[in-house]
Design a protein around this ligand. Structure first.
Ligand SMILES: NC(=O)c1ccc[n+]([C@@H]2O[C@H](COP(=O)([O-])OP(=O)(O)OC[C@H]3O[C@@H](n4cnc5c(N)ncnc54)[C@H](O)[C@@H]3O)[C@@H](O)[C@H]2O)c1
Ligand SMILES: [Zn+2]
Ligand SMILES: [Zn+2]
Length: 368
């Protein structure tokens, strides 16, 4: 079939929206008609050429939600008509990592996915017979996509798909960092650095885990106001002075849990240094620039602070995303508030512009 899709032709150049070919689903694969897709930093990072593992031509996009249109041989967990959220982080339920409760990093299709291929080493996307690669195994800046069954989370059909799409990356990353990676305990003090999609998600996650104090730190007053709306009990302006302010608020000890959601290595260090001596846990969500490293004075670790990273919030996508979407439907997560702009596929480069200017939390492409 022919689909319209936003193709990354050349790094550092705008995406080109055009008609390309999409082949039907092979064994274990599913054809999804997309309804919505959020525009995330990782798309822009790859488009800019900054990501050393990037490739072109490829169809970008990984924050998608849509409806199953057809399934390939052997697919049993979804059927035509099901509403699904796309997962760049799949869950095969069989590999050694999927069987462990300690990680969400499924190993099943990693190698081929990282190279832009479906699990059998080929692509369903092409143009004039020439293959186009699949970005993050999702390629959701398109009217339709073909994805492995293990990379789709079946969600309630009651959730509007433009809201469900946020759970495909940014929102789940923040929520999960608090819920699944750090497992914030009731009554805790939490500090979240950054109030973008990921940081605000962490604020909500900390609230759902019944943290007592949730301090959100950002440079933007407007974003701090959003943090308050979503459950932050205190807000602070970002910068070097924030460290002392946080220590002061915690009797000089630091917070039980800190979350870094900016991608800035200086802020990562601050998140380590504001974690409580004895047991403070610093969770790093941000993606640092190429070649950057995180500087930690070892004394912070010897005195009991711990540091961990979190990919996709530690969420096992097929199990956890439907649960989180249900909590949104139950009124516990005001996910609609994160959708700031609705744009068309043809406006995808404007979506990048809006994100670059920090105009709104999420721009969502609507396909209908
Ligand atoms: N780990 C994952 O799986 C995963 C998934 C998605 C995104 N990310 C990464 O998470 C990070 C955040 O993503 P986002 O979409 O929320 O980004 P964003 O740019 O919308 O938000 C970042 C926020 O940090 C704030 N900030 C800047 N300097 C600060 C400082 N010194 N102190 C406090 N706040 C400061 C900015 O004002 C902004 O509001 C990015 O690095 C992104 O690449 C990681
Ligand atoms: Zn993303
Ligand atoms: Zn697995």
């Amino acid at each position: 079939m022919q689909i319209r899709a936003a193709v990354l032709e050349e790094f550092g150049k705008p995406l080109v929206v055009q008609d390309i070919d999409l082949a039907g689903p092979g064994p274990g694969e599913v054809l999804v008609r997309l309804s919505a897709c959020g525009v995330c930093h990782t798309d822009l990072y790859t488009a800019s050429g900054a990501d050393p593992s990037g490739y072109a031509p490829t169809v970008l996009g990984h924050e998608g939600a849509g409806v199953v249109e057809a399934v390939g041989e052997g697919v049993t967990s979804v059927k035509p008509g099901d509403h699904v959220v796309t997962l760049f982080s799949p869950q095969c339920r069989e590999c050694v990592h999927c069987r462990s409760p300690k990680t969400n990093l499924c190993l099943a299709i990693r190698e081929q996915q990282n190279k832009g291929y479906l699990p059998d080493g080929t692509t369903r996307l092409s143009r004039g017979g020439e293959p186009i690669r699949h970005f993050m195994g999702t390629s959701t800046f398109a009217e339709a996509t073909v994805m492995p069954e293990i990379a789709l989370a079946k969600v309630s059909p009651e959730a509007p798909l433009e809201v469900a799409a946020l759970f495909a990356c940014g929102l789940t990353t923040g929520l999960g960092a608090a819920m699944y990676t750090a497992k914030v305990e009731p009554g805790s003090t939490v500090v979240v650095f950054g109030a973008g999609m990921v940081g605000l998600g962490a604020v909500v996650g900390a609230r759902l885990q019944q943290a007592e104090r949730i301090v959100c730190v950002d440079m933007s007053e407007e974003r701090l106001a959003l943090a308050t709306h979503h459950g932050a009990t205190h807000t602070l302006k970002g910068g070097p002075e924030a460290t002392d302010a946080i220590l002061e608020m915690t009797d000089g000890f630091g917070a039980d849990y800190t979350f870094e959601c900016t991608g800035l290595v200086g802020v990562m260090r601050q998140a380590v240094e504001t974690a409580r001596m004895g047991w403070g846990l610093c969770t790093v969500c941000g993606v640092a620039g190429k070649g950057e490293t995180l500087d930690i004075v070892p004394r912070y670790l010897i005195t009991g602070r711990r540091v961990c990273g979190s990919s996709f919030g530690g969420a096992k996508g097929r199990d956890n995303v439907p649960e989180l979407v249900q909590r949104y439907l139950d009124g516990e997560i005001d996910a609609e508030a994160f959708v700031s702009h609705r744009i068309t596929l043809d406006q995808v480069n404007e979506g990048f512009e809006l994100m670059h200017r920090q105009d709104g939390i999420r721009s969502v492409i609507r396909f209908d």
